[in-house]
Write a protein that binds this ligand. Structure first.
Ligand code: PXP
Length: 238
């Protein structure tokens, strides 16, 4: 059965907009678990624009499911991962100016560097995934480097419509089969929402979907009326 990893970066985005203490992603991880999240995903970006170091260490202590740390393959992040010991690390490409993770990690052109990096994490018993585009070559090189998992980038699938979306879905399905044949566990994510998730969730042997933005957006939609009602009640009661 496909499981759900909930990405809580956008909770931290709201907090960082004011550089204050609320909303606290640690508290929202607890709520996500109550709702059935199978793991909690956070991306500790080099520029710390949303998730902070304090968040990842508190999450590690408090969550009851699994912690998936998304990070760039840098020395700074390697040190943090080895101290934190999350259940998994997902390596993602990172550019400072991007709004969100744009393309997949280019494992094909970084084999030697990534082999060392992955070996180093495996020595600490951390399972390791690569966030890659659904392209055969990238999957073959992921195997060679030694990734236990891959996360297939569904960003393009989420943006396309009609026949183009169908073709991208086929690419994702073929990529998932290739990875399974090579013994790699397949996750997927990026841009998945309440309308487009089912076709990805029903791919054979799809292990876990990582979803953030649409879940946080939905939380606002289903929660705002209540929060306004509570504030109104405080203002109008004497
Ligand atoms: N997977 C990875 C590797 C990501 O970088 C992100 C975005 O942070 C997600 C999944 C979740 O994407 P979204 O917020 O669009 O659901």
């Amino acid at each position: 059965m496909t499981t759900l990893g909930v990405n809580i970066d956008h909770i931290a985005n709201v907090r960082q907009a004011r550089r204050t203490v609320e909303p606290d992603p640690v508290q929202f991880a607890f709520l996500a678990e109550l709702g059935g999240a199978d793991s909690i995903t956070v991306h500790l970006r080099e520029d710390r624009r949303h998730i902070q170091d304090r968040d990842v260490f508190l999450l590690k202590e408090t969550i009851k499911t699994k912690l998936n740390l998304e990070m760039a393959a840098t020395d700074e992040m390697l040190d943090i991962a080895k101290k934190l010991l999350p259940d998994y690390v997902t390596l993602v490409p990172e550019k400072r100016e991007e709004v969100t993770t744009e393309g997949g990690l280019d494992v094909k052109n970084n084999v030697t560097y990534l082999k060392n990096f992955v070996g180093n994490l495996k020595d600490s018993n951390i399972e390791i995934s690569a966030f890659i585009d659904p392209v055969g070559e990238q999957i073959n090189y992921s195997k060679e480097i030694g990734f236990n998992f891959i996360e297939l980038h569904t960003g393009k699938y989420s943006e396309l419509t009609g026949q183009d979306q169908y073709k991208e879905l086929q690419r994702i399905i073929e990529s998932a089969h290739l990875a399974n044949d090579l013994g790699i566990v397949v996750n997927a994510g990026h841009g998945l929402n309440y309308n487009n998730v089912k076709k990805i969730a029903s791919i054979n042997n799809m292990n876990e979907l990582n979803i953030g933005h649409s879940i946080v957006a939905r939380a606002l939609a289903v929660g705002l009326e209540k929060s306004v009602r509570e504030m109104k009640s405080l203002i109008t009661s004497n």
